[in-house]
Ligand binder design. Structure first.
Ligand code: G1P
Ligand code: ZN
Length: 544
C-alpha cells in the first residue's frame, strides 16, 4: 500500500474534554482538522504496530466520512487489524466490549453522545484504551500537546472501504474486519441477565414495555435484544432507526427530550416499563407507569438489589458515584458494609476502581450507570438490569422505588442547567462563588447550616493522580448539598450546572414534587451564584 506524508499546520482548539473532542460538524470538516487529531492520537501511542483497533460511531452526520479518513490514517500508521461495525455503527458500550474481547490496542468512537446531529450540529471523537475505557487525562494531555505541534500526518493511498458487507478484507498486511455491531454485545448481555426469566415475563404479559431509541444507535441493539431475543412485540422499540440527524431531535434520554416516551408512560394504559437511551447508547432513563426513576435513585436501587441479578449474585465489591450524584447510593453502601467512592464527573474516573476490583457498580446523575462488564456506562445494560429486577421481584417500578425510599429515606434531587452562557459571564460567576467559600462554613440559612464549602479535588486511590477544580460544593449539616459545575461537553459558550439535593427520612413526605421540595435550596443557590441576575435569564434551559 502506498503511504503518503501530508504536511499540515496545527489547530489550536483540539483539547479533548470529559468525553473526547466535541465540535460542530463544520469544524471537523475543515481541511486536515480530523486528520490532525487522529494522527495526534497515534503520535501519543507507542508499540501499536500490528495490533488491532476498534472503530465505530453512533451514525450521526459525518460518521461514514470520518471512518474512511480514520481507516486510511490507521492503515498508514501500521495497525494490523481494524475492527469496524457494519455501516460504521457501534454503540459506545459495544466498542468497550469489543476492545476487551478482542484484546485490541484501543478504539476510536465517533459520537457527540446526547448532543444533536446533522450538518450544522455536533460531531465528536474519542480514544479508548486497552481496558475498554476512555483514555486517562495523562494521555489526553499528551494528545493535546501533540495536536499543537503537529506538522505532518501519514495517510494510506487506498480506496474507500465497503463498510456495509460483513467479513474480512485484506489490504497488504492490514486486515479490515467488518462485524455485526450487535452480536457480541447481545451475547454479553445474555451472560449477565436471566434471559429465560425475562422471556417468560414478557410472553405472559407480566412485563409490557416501550423503549425509545431516539433515532440513535440503540435502535438495532434494542430491537435485537428486546424484540428478537426476549420476544417483546414488534413496535416495542420506538424511533428505532438510526438517523444522521436523530430525526431532528436531541438524543438525550430525559423527560424533556424523550417526549413521546414520557407521554406514553404518563398516559392512560401506560406499559409497566419504559426506557430510553442516548445518541451513542451509554445513557439510560428508566420509567414505570406514571413514574420516572432519577438516575441517582436508580444506582442506589441497583446496588441494593444487585444480588438478584445472575452476574452479581455473589455480591458486589463496592460502588462509586460521581460527586454531583445524590448520596442515595452511599446509604445503601453503608447498610451493606460496602466501600463507596466519590469521583469527579466523567466515566474515566471509574476505570481504575473497576480494573482494580474495588467496585462493581458505578453511576452518575447524568443518566449513566454501569458495572465491571465493560469500561463505559451502558444504557441497555441498565435497562436489562431493571427489567430483570422487575421480573424477579414481581413488583412495579413504582413499588420498587417506594419500598427503597421506605427503607433508606429519599434523597430528593434535581439538576438545573443553564446552557450557552457567555464564557466571561460564566467565569465571573465561578470567581464570585470561589470568593465566598472560605466564609461560608457555620453560616445559617433558615434551617440549613453550612457544614463545608469547597472546591472538589480527587486523589485516585489506585494511581494517586490528583484532579483539581472538579466543582464547587456547599454541604449542609442536614445532609443537603448545592453543587456548581461547568460542563466539559458543551459546544457553545459555557453550560453551568447546579445540582440540588435534600434528604427526606419521613415517608409521608416521599411523594413530594422535587422542585417544590427543593425550592428553598434553589433560591439559596441563586443567592450564591446570581446566575439569573448576571445572565438576565429567568429560568434554567433544562431541568432534569
Ligand atoms: C456530562 C455529564 C457527565 C458525563 C458526560 C459524558 O458531562 O454531566 O456526567 O460523564 O456528560 O456523558 P458535563 O457536560 O457535565 O461535563
Ligand atoms: Zn452518550
Amino acid at each position: 500500500m502506498q503511504i503518503n506524508t501530508q504536511s499540515t499546520t496545527p489547530y489550536d482548539d483540539q483539547k479533548p474534554g470529559t468525553s473526547g473532542l466535541r465540535k460542530k460538524v463544520t469544524v471537523f470538516q475543515q481541511t486536515n482538522y480530523l486528520e490532525n487529531f487522529v494522527q495526534s492520537i497515534f503520535n501519543s501511542l507507542q508499540d501499536f504496530q500490528g495490533t488491532s483497533l476498534v472503530i465505530g460511531g453512533d451514525g450521526r452526520f459525518f460518521n461514514r466520512e470520518a471512518i474512511q479518513i480514520i481507516i486510511k490514517i490507521a492503515a498508514a500508521n501500521g495497525f494490523g487489524e481494524l475492527i469496524i461495525g457494519q455501516g460504521g455503527l457501534l454503540s459506545t458500550p459495544a466498542v468497550s466490549n469489543l476492545i476487551r474481547i478482542n484484546n485490541a490496542f484501543g478504539g476510536i468512537i465517533l459520537s457527540a453522545s446526547h448532543n444533536p446531529g446533522g450538518p450544522d450540529e455536533d460531531f465528536g471523537i474519542k480514544y479508548n484504551v486497552s481496558n475498554g475505557g476512555p483514555a486517562p487525562e495523562k494521555f489526553t494531555d499528551a494528545l493535546y500537546e501533540n495536536s499543537t505541534t503537529i506538522s505532518e500526518y501519514q495517510i494510506a493511498d487506498i480506496v474507500d472501504v465497503d463498510l456495509d458487507s460483513i467479513g474480512q478484507q485484506k489490504i497488504d498486511d492490514l486486515v479490515i474486519t467488518i462485524i455485526d455491531p450487535v452480536s457480541d454485545y447481545a451475547d454479553l448481555m445474555a451472560k449477565i441477565f436471566d434471559f429465560d426469566l425475562l422471556k417468560n415475563s414478557i410472553s405472559y404479559g407480566y412485563i409490557t414495555l416501550c423503549f425509545d431509541a431516539m433515532h440513535a444507535i440503540t435502535g438495532p441493539y434494542a430491537k435485537r435484544i428486546l424484540e428478537d431475543l426476549l420476544g417483546a412485540p414488534k413496535g416495542t422499540v420506538i424511533n428505532g432507526i438510526p438517523l444522521e440527524d436523530f430525526g431532528g431531535g436531541h438524543p438525550d434520554p430525559n423527560m424533556a427530550h424523550a417526549e413521546e416516551l414520557t407521554n406514553t408512560m404518563f398516559g392512560e394504559n401506560a406499559p409497566t416499563f419504559g426506557a430510553a437511551s442516548d445518541g451513542d447508547g451509554d445513557r439510560n432513563m428508566i420509567m414505570g407507569a406514571n413514574i420516572f426513576v432519577t438516575p441517582s435513585d436508580s444506582l442506589a436501587i441497583m446496588a441494593a438489589n444487585a444480588q438478584l441479578i445472575p452476574a452479581y449474585a455473589k455480591g458486589i465489591s463496592g460502588v462509586a458515584r460521581s460527586m454531583p450524584t445524590s448520596q442515595a447510593v452511599d446509604r445503601v453502601a453503608k447498610k451493606l458494609g460496602l466501600p463507596c467512592f466519590e469521583t469527579p464527573t466523567g466515566w474515566k474516573f471509574f476505570g481504575n476502581l473497576l480494573d482494580d476490583g474495588q467496585i462493581t457498580l458505578c453511576g452518575e446523575e447524568s443518566f449513566g450507570s454501569g458495572s465491571d462488564h465493560v469500561r463505559e456506562k451502558d444504557g441497555l445494560w441498565a435497562v436489562l438490569f431493571w427489567l430483570n429486577l422487575v421480573a424477579k421481584k414481581r413488583q412495579s417500578i413504582e413499588d420498587i422505588v417506594n419500598e427503597h425510599w421506605e427503607s433508606f429515606g429519599r434523597d430528593i434531587y434535581c439538576r438545573h442547567d443553564y446552557e450557552a452562557v457567555d464564557l466571561d459571564v460564566a467565569n465571573g460567576i465561578f470567581d464570585h462563588l470561589r470568593s465566598q467559600l472560605s466564609g461560608l462554613a457555620g453560616q445559617k440559612f433558615s434551617d440549613y447550616t453550612v457544614k463545608y464549602a469547597d472546591e472538589f479535588s480527587y486523589t485516585d486511590p489506585v494511581d494517586n493522580s490528583v484532579s483539581h477544580n472538579q466543582g464547587i460544593r456547599i454541604g449542609f449539616e442536614n445532609g443537603s448539598r448545592i453543587i456548581f459545575r461547568l460542563s466539559g461537553t458543551g459546544t457553545v459558550g459555557a453550560t453551568l450546572r447546579i445540582y440540588l439535593e435534600k434528604y427526606e427520612a419521613d415517608s409521608s413526605k416521599h411523594g413530594q414534587d422535587a422542585q417544590e421540595a427543593l425550592a428553598f435550596l434553589i433560591d439559596l443557590a441563586e443567592q450564591f451564584c446570581k446566575i439569573k441576575k448576571r445572565t438576565g435569564r429567568t429560568e434554567p434551559t433544562v431541568i432534569t
